[in-house]
Ligand binder design. Structure first.
Ligand SMILES: [Zn+2]
Length: 186
């Protein structure tokens, strides 16, 4: 039988249920911590995950995964606003969690994370555009990122306000303001 997570025709509610089942296997206790999430995904894959901020071209996806012999590098666009960067990292982490085979650069194996130079990132990006993920894989990663975001948000809202980062506090304030508007206008 075909894996519904890899098939093109799987309906959204099925995708969402299967992805939620996978996310249920991870720990989401508050406060939300991105490093802890990546640590859990890394443990499942049995490979270290490194983050690499870089200025990526505007027409790209905002991030990509480079698989090397000893680690998986999530490259993300450092020029995006912080919350968007986090979304991009979650999207790429989902590709890793669901074992999508996108950009594998096992022939370019620097042992140390610091050896990842801009030229390598550029090569990886060209490679990613040519041999990227399938449409089904992109859909799974995008839904997973949205669901991770919701779980992270739920974990964040249980943390006292002074301990939240400013960006999150601002996003929450906007959300609360929108809610209040809706309540008063209806
Ligand atoms: Zn993707």
């Amino acid at each position: 039988m075909t894996d519904p997570l890899r098939a093109d025709g799987t309906d959204l509610s099925t995708l969402r249920r299967l992805i939620d089942e996978m996310l249920d296997e991870l720990v989401w206790d508050p406060p939300f911590d991105l490093d802890r999430l990546l640590g859990q995904i890394s443990a499942r894959r049995g490979k270290r995950i490194s983050l690499y901020p870089a200025a990526l071209p505007r027409d790209g996806a905002g991030g990509l995964v480079i698989e090397r012999a000893k680690d998986l590098v999530i490259v993300f666009d450092e020029t995006l606003p912080p919350l968007q960067q986090e979304h991009v990292i979650m999207h790429e982490a989902a590709h890793i969690l669901f074992e999508h085979s996108g950009t594998s650069l096992e022939d370019l194996t620097g042992d140390e994370f610091t050896e990842l130079d801009p030229e390598l990132v550029e090569t990886a990006q060209r490679f990613a555009r040519r041999d990227g993920y399938s449409g089904a894989e992109e859909k799974v990663a995008e839904i997973a990122a949205a669901l991770m975001w919701m779980r992270a948000g739920a974990a964040r809202s249980m943390v006292p306000a002074p301990h939240r980062s400013r960006a999150v506090a601002e996003a929450n304030a906007r959300f609360e303001a929108a809610l209040m508007n809706r309540r008063t206008s209806s």
